[in-house]
Write a protein that binds this ligand. Sequence first.
Ligand code: ATP
Ligand code: MG
Length: 283
Amino acid sequence: MLRIAIQNKGRLGEESLGLLGRIGIEIDTTKRKYLAKASNLPIEMLNLRDDDIPQVVADNVAQLGIVGLNEVEEKGYDVTVVTRLCFGHCRLSLAIPKNEEYNGLKYFRGKRIATSYPNILNRFFKEKGIEIRTVVIAGSVEITPSAGMADAIFDIVSSGGTLVSNGLKEVETVLESEAVLIAYPTLTDENKRLLEEIKFRIESDSISRNKKYLLMNIPNDSLEKAIEILPSMRSPTIIPLAADGWSSIHSVVNSSELWDKVRQLKAIGAEGILVLSVDKIIL
Ligand code: ATP
Ligand code: MG
């Protein structure tokens, strides 16, 4: 049996469950029990607070976990980071009152820095050879400078809006974080095989997530131009239509480029353009 620990709610819970579903681990999530078995694989899901996930994986209570890299780095337990998962993006940054002049890291020498991530903070400044004073606080870190509790903060930032509304400015990024898959370092052979299969499925899922399948009809004399516009996995598929002088062309494109490609294809005479979601891509 392989147990995967995920956040029971919070910012990573839904996405973690969604990922497990997309890679074919069938778990009845209608009743959110703290421990739930998959119906089709020897896998169990353990729902926990995110803070506890690195420890349960280090202790082999769960063999895998999905948690923010920030928590993994802060807790410092012996776990293997298997892969980044492309969700839960945020960064751990240093921020100071917006009217202060910032002259590089030496600004922080002797300053009181409030944070919920004292280990990452102290490791960072130790490496830089700069002495700081750490004020450990569990939450509402961003209010500490205006409350006179600290001179600066070290906290999670995603859009930066919270900093601005508290009169702060971000001056250094220390860690770029996202959700990661972590593993107990010495798995049994059976669980190693299961982890390989999970990794393979996660990779297929992440490749397909940002892709669209595009098909359209195109006059034959525009085919060459269309092939240039549509670099595909190998090359686009071209199928002759029953109507003379026309073909159907199929290809896979990055979602970010979709509208640009559609505009270019329409300009060379493409008609009946269909855009479909891609479920899985197996390379
Ligand atoms: P729990 O009750 O499970 O302890 P929490 O309140 O500690 O939850 P969340 O706010 O749900 O944690 O955040 C979980 C993780 O989501 C963070 O550790 C971080 O990796 C990631 N994350 C992404 N964006 C943000 C953000 N804007 N603020 C906080 N965390 C974020
Ligand atoms: Mg937490």
